[in-house]
Each structure stands twice: as structure tokens, then as C-alpha cells.
Ligand binder design. Sequence first.
Ligand SMILES: [Zn+2]
Length: 425
Amino acid sequence: MTLYLKDATFLDWQNLAIKRTDLAVAEGSQGDISFPTTLPSDDSMAPQDRVIECTGKLVTKSFGCGHHHIYSTLARGMPAPRKIPANFTEILQYVWWHIDKRLDLEMIEASALASAIYCAKNGVTFVIDHHASPLAIKDSLSAIAQAFDRVGIAHMLCYEISDRDGEGPREEGLAETDNFLAAGHQGHVGLHASFTVGDELLRKAVALAKKHDSGLHVHVAEDRADQEDALAKYGKRVVERLVQADALELKKSILAHCIHLSDREKEMLRESGVWVVQNVESNQNNNVGLTGYAPLTDNVMLGTDGMHCDMLRSAQAAFLVGQATEGIGFDGIYQRFRNVHRYAREFGARGDGDNNLVILDYDAPTELTADNFLGHFVYGLDARHVETVICQGRAIVENRRVTTVDEGEVLAFAREMGKKLWGKM
Ligand SMILES: [Zn+2]
């Protein structure tokens, strides 16, 4: 099947060149786009081929998220915790670990479907997720994969394994990861964070990641408590611990947050070449601190940390925070916003090819050119401009409605599952 985009204003996401053109978008996990000089006539098109009129519309590569948690979807509007958390560790204890232990497979499916709808409608077509449901681990990753596939969002998943609930859930987490990756799914070996992961688990996780030619996906120094715990228990800092366990030899590894690092840790990280994800909105929400990422590495992606599914919003938040922490420029934040595609390409991830596109109905009050696009990116573009979204050559959103599933049904299912979850809390 080929989708033809007629008379688009096409913005090349890499060099920001803008041209008015027709596009031919091929279907498939690594499908291509081309720029035909003329569109085929109605008679010469294959039965499944379609033309989408794009006059006056801005067309560019769709977006990706470097660190997400679908498990937080049903938390929106939930009752207050029985104790108001006083610090980050208590936020985990009284909020997130209270929720994730009550998730079952049905709730996970609802969370993933609703989250995938929001991603789709925000133009986010490639999602790297980090999942936890300690009492429903088995088949949780395939449930999320199926939900994302139904909506049409490409994904790299993992289960956040830890020692926080003892040996049973830890071994189940390893088994679920092993089975999921052995079945040919792309993903990571997920770990919660240094302070919930003992040495034996860390060793096993690194070995499992090596076995599947993958990497770890782990929260690192999100709060000072993670460093204090590592120093008290192991006599070393978090990144030193990961280095000594060979975790940073795995180039696919993703370290989320990395807020409280020493200069030596920053050096180690830079030398390793692994990837870091910045999630400033979540960091402000949890009041864990902020850092400038330029001294750490160039391999910085942006994530939502499960706060929402809107990467334009994350980029704009990271830009504003970056003014205070590192004086980041338009080009710097745009690079970080787009680095998720570099990551996907570097490791041959499926589902983030050139045939992932957004059609934006961007009502700019001023001229948009290759030279000033980044100003529009930071101050103008937002999710309300996303009109049509193409993932792997399929239009999964058209005229702001998801085409692949019934949005109303999914959200009704999510609300039912939300009630069930809250009833258990
Ligand atoms: Zn996270």
C-alpha cells in the first residue's frame, strides 16, 4: 500500500529544508518515502492506495518518546494517598508502588491502549516504555505490545525488575523479559533503580541483556537518595556501580534522569557512549532537582516519565528549564527532541523509519522558513496542530481521530479499569 500526500509543505527533520512537494509513503516497519514528480492517476493506483490532500499543511517526521510509563495512565485524578509523601522515596512508597501492585493484566491493557491513543493523537509514533506491575508480571509486556500494535504505535518495552518485593517478583521479571525478548520483540532489560536492585540481580540483568544483544533501561540518580543508598550499601556511587557491573558496556543502555552525578560519574558516562533521558516535568513534579545535561553526554533523549504523552510539550518544558540549568539553545533542544530517532537508527530498531510522519495544520502568524523553523518549534508548535499521523506508512490518526481503534470504547474501558484500580487502593 502507498499513501500519497498531495501538495505538502515538507520539512526535512534533519536539515530543516522546506519544500512544497507530493510524497509517496510506503507501508512497512522500515518503509521509505519518495517525492514523485507526478501522482499516479486514479486508474493506475492500487486498490489500497490513497491520496491525502495536504495543501497548506506542514508535513514532517513524527515524534518519539525516550522514557515512558504506561502504568501511570489510570492514576489521573485518583484519590489522594493515605499519607502525603514528604520526599521522593515516600512518593514511590505511597503513590506509585501502591498503584503498580494493584494492576492486573486487564488494567495494563487498558492503560496501554489509552496511552497509545494519546501518543498517536500527539504525533508520537515510537515509544520506549518502562513497565511495572509486581503482581501481574507474566505476559504484561506482550499485553502492552498487543495494545500498542492495535493502535499502531511502534515500541521498545521493558519490565522494571527490582528486589523491592523479594525473590518471586524478581525472578518473574527476569523470566518475563527473557521470554519477551526471545519471542523477537525489541526491548530492554528493565531495572527500577540502583536502590532497589541488589548485586545479584544487577549481574543477572547484565547477563540477560548480553544474551539478547540489548541494554539496560534503568532510573539513575533521580533523587539523592539513590546515591546515598549506593554509597551506604556498596561504598560506591550509582554510575560507578553500573560501570563495575559492565552495564555501560551495553551501548543500547538507557539511563533515565541522571540528575545527581559527580564529575567523575559524568566523565564515565560520557566515555561509555550510553544514552540518557531527560524528564524535567516529572523531576519538577517530584521535586528531585534539575541538572544541565550538556556536560554528561551528547546522547540525550527526551521523555515524559509517564506524566503525559506529548513530546512537543516535553521539549518546550526542557527548553525553559534548560535556560536556567545550561543555557540551551533552540538547536540544542531540537536535537534532544529528535535524538530518539538517532537511537532507533543506531540500534536498528523497527518502526521508526522515514514513513512515520505528522501532518500539521499549523496556523502560524508569521512566515515559516528553514532559517526560523526552530523558533516556531519552541514557541509555536503544539499538539493541537497534529491533524493526521502516519506510522509505518499507515494513517493511524486522521482529522484528529484515531482510525485503528474506537477511541470512545477504549476510554470507556479505561474508565472502568480505573474504577477497579481505585477500588483496590
Ligand atoms: Zn521513569
